[in-house]
Write a protein that binds this ligand. Structure first.
Ligand code: ADP
Ligand code: MG
Length: 692
């Protein structure tokens, strides 16, 4: 029996639903003319015919032409989703997958998660009615482990293939096999899309597959160079930005920076400088765009600024090709991007800022000419442009392969060296990754995937070292603590420290500090946020968010990172529960948790030397590294004998380790795998012989 109350609420829901579907329809109608005006719209029929005719098709076209948003809709309308099967589109980054699926849902007039949805690491917005599914390349790879023939998909589009992430490269090889293995009646259509005009490498890889070029629509972009290389490009970016704002006509500005820290730094400076301008010149808003930004905040970059305001988007290289930001007329390009550089000797993979390639520089300047003629300010002299490499080296040539290799092993590829890569990684990096996976216990001595550890690790969407830590923690009865730690470490830097408020920030954070180390401190932060949110669970959503941000600000915590950590936590929690790991907390027994850190992060142990610096115990004693504790660590200045750490940051001539916790050296020798001890013995550490 339904009470009156619930009939009322049903009625209300019904009219809410009506209003919502009206709004969705209105939005769709509004976007329709724009869709029709895209270059790709004129070739819809030809493209659909090409896909019917060819099992593998390469599509090349300039950024902004409509490949990513339109082609899946064309195929859906042409009947490629028979029998409830899906069109899957992979993107090299989460930002791109989320943003593009939102846009396509709007264009289709549906709620996100219904016909159009997305799945990325830690977030799944799809349902049984989803037919167009955007996802990251890594997500599809993991899906292939549980469904090796990817049977739910009728079409798979590998988008932004020119970015050549490790996952894209591995995925191409996997898809080639899947396509061969499917029977005639359930053929897989494979489409590779790229913004680089050179389709040859993809076409050759797929046995001379058909390639089609889509005419782009690009307005002219004037390029300007500096006379000299600027000493500080952030400063130069800031000057250029304000010059444009004060002297050039209306139009938004896109600045390419290398990462979150730079972006936040410039964002602060813009706000400060703006205050010094006359009031009528203050109509400028700076918005950040980088991949670890929570998706709600990313939306800001894509929505127009208030009328009369100029928007300046401070973005990483994700704004080069994979996301389209409307309204850009000016681009500022200092010419750098951060890339991972794997060092096989240390097993570390620091992010390093390097000069971009010519192809990247062209993509960047192209962003200014999407809607009308634009201007691009390159912050280097023209002769420097000609010295740049033609194209960027694919990631597989310089990144850590252990995750990719783990995935391949889980897919049944035993001999990695014989896998059909589009470009082969070096033998050395394969061997080192195999070694690392063996030390972590994911592979047995026969280099086969171990069961259950290796199999479990391959399923978790985390770097192998973190997956291993979770498994270890469940053995040592502190999975609750490790889950928080891994979520916090995965979410990016948790604290912000404005230069002018250094002391204030340190004092505010004291409340969370655990003198034994940063991992324990991170747990305290997370638990404090738990408590804070629990106490305010009755508040409305907006109110809640506002209070949360205030609380974070008070303790100099980066609220974006903490939110993200909380999201990641709940997602991995689910994954870990499905794996059947045993959940337990070590309570106040942090001694036990530190032992677990030692047992998990034995590949990242550093020992104090007589001069107070630290020696990082690499696999190869000939490549030993001297490092120092980063000033942001709670152990800075305390100098314990032995620590585990998670990250290495390199500045001009120094190497700092971050996220450090004190351990007892004897734990490592007791808990690390025996084969690692042999390596360490070669370091000739005096106390190894003592404790054995
Ligand atoms: P391509 O994949 O060929 O680079 P897209 O399909 O991503 O092109 O974009 C096609 C067009 O759709 C863009 O030129 C832009 O006008 C519009 N567009 C795409 N995404 C968005 C968005 N999030 N907001 C507004 N417009 C968008
Ligand atoms: Mg695209």
């Amino acid at each position: 029996v339904r009470s009156n109350n619930s009939t009322e609420s049903l009625k209300r829901n019904f009219s809410d639903d009506n209003r919502e579907s009206d709004a969705l329809f209105a939005k769709k109608q509004k976007l329709a003319p724009h869709r029709k005006s895209l270059p790709i719209a004129t070739v819809e029929n030809q493209l659909v015919q090409e896909v019917w005719k060819h099992d593998t098709l390469i599509i090349v076209g300039e950024t902004g032409g409509g490949k990513t948003t339109q082609l899946p809709q064309f195929l859906y309308n042409a009947g490629f989703c028979g029998n409830g099967r899906l069109i899957g589109i992979t993107q090299p980054s989460c930002v791109a997958a989320v943003n593009v699926s939102k846009r396509v849902a709007e264009e289709c007039g549906v709620k996100l998660g219904e016909t159009v949805g997305y799945s990325i690491r830690f977030e799944n917005v799809t349902s049984s009615s989803t037919r167009i599914k955007y996802m990251t390349d890594g997500f599809l790879l993991r899906e292939a482990i549980s469904d090796p023939s990817l049977s739910r998909y009728s079409v798979i589009i590998v988008d932004e293939a020119h970015e050549r992430t490790v996952e894209t490269d591995v995925l191409l090889g996997v898809l080639k096999n899947v396509q061969r293995s499917r029977s005639e009646s359930v053929k897989l259509k494979l489409i590779i899309m790229s913004a680089s005009l050179d389709a040859r490498i993809f076409s050759e890889y797929f046995g001379g597959a058909r390639a089609v070029h889509i005419q782009g629509r690009q307005f002219p972009v004037d390029k300007f160079y500096t006379y000299h290389l600027p000493k500080a490009y952030l400063h130069a970016s800031l000057i250029t930005l304000f010059q444009i704002h004060l002297e050039e006509e209306a139009g938004d500005i896109l600045v390419f920076l290398t990462g979150k820290e730079e972006i936040e730094f410039v964002e602060r400076l813009v706000k400060e400088k703006l205050k010094q301008l006359p009031e009528n010149s203050q109509k400028l808003v700076a918005v950040p765009l980088f991949s670890s930004l929570p998706s709600e905040q990313q939306t800001q970059a894509f929505t127009p600024a208030c009328p009369g305001f100029r928007k300046v988007i401070l973005a990483t290289k994700i704004a080069e090709t994979s996301v389209t930001i409307p309204g850009i007329k000016y681009v500022i390009d200092p010419g750098f991007a951060k890339v991972h550089f794997y060092n096989p000797n240390t097993g570390l993979e620091p992010l390093i800022a390097v000069p971009i390639s010519k192809a990247q520089a062209l993509q960047r300047s192209g962003r200014a000419g999407r809607e009308r003629p634009g201007k691009c300010f390159r912050l280097y002299p023209e002769n420097e442009f000609w010295k740049l490499e033609d194209s960027t080296k694919p990631d597989i040539k310089r990144c850590d392969l252990s995750n990719a290799i783990l995935q391949l092993k889980a897919l049944g590829v035993h001999d990695i060296t014989r896998f059909d890569f589009i470009e082969k990684p070096t033998g050395e990096s394969i061997i080192k990754s195999l070694e690392q996976l063996t030390l972590l216990g994911a592979l047995g001595d026969d280099r086969k995937l171990s069961d259950p550890v290796g199999r479990q690790m391959a399923r978790l969407p985390l770097p192998p070292i973190y997956s291993k830590a979770l498994i270890k923690a469940s053995e040592l009865n502190c999975l609750e603590e490790m889950l928080i730690t891994v979520a916090m470490l995965s979410a990016g830097s948790m604290f912000f420290t404005p230069r002018e408020k250094l002391d204030e920030a340190r004092t505010a954070r004291k409340r969370f500090e655990n003198p034994e180390g940063d991992h324990l401190t991170l747990i305290n932060v997370y638990r404090a946020s738990d408590q804070f949110l629990e106490n305010r669970s009755g508040l409305s959503r907006e109110n809640h968010e506002e209070k949360f941000q205030k609380w974070c600000k008070k303790y100099f915590i980066d609220s974006c990172s903490l939110r993200r950590a909380r999201e990641i936590h709940s997602q991995i929690h689910e994954g870990v529960e499905q794996m059947g790991l045993s959940f337990a907390s070590c309570g106040d027994n942090m001694f036990q948790f530190r032992r677990c850190l030692a047992a998990s992060f034995f590949l990242k142990v550093a020992l104090k030397q007589s001069d107070g610096q630290y020696r990082f115990l690499t696999y190869d004693p000939a490549n030993e590294l001297v490092v120092q504790i980063h000033p942001s660590s709670v152990l800075f200045g305390k100098k314990p004998e032995c620590i585990v750490f998670n990250e290495l940051v390199e500045t001009n001539d120094q190497k700092f380790i971050c996220n450090t916790t004190r351990i007892d050296y004897s734990w490592s020798t007791e808990l690390a795998p025996p084969r690692l001890k042999k390596v360490w013995e070669r370091h000739k550490l005096p106390w190894i012989s003592n404790c054995r």
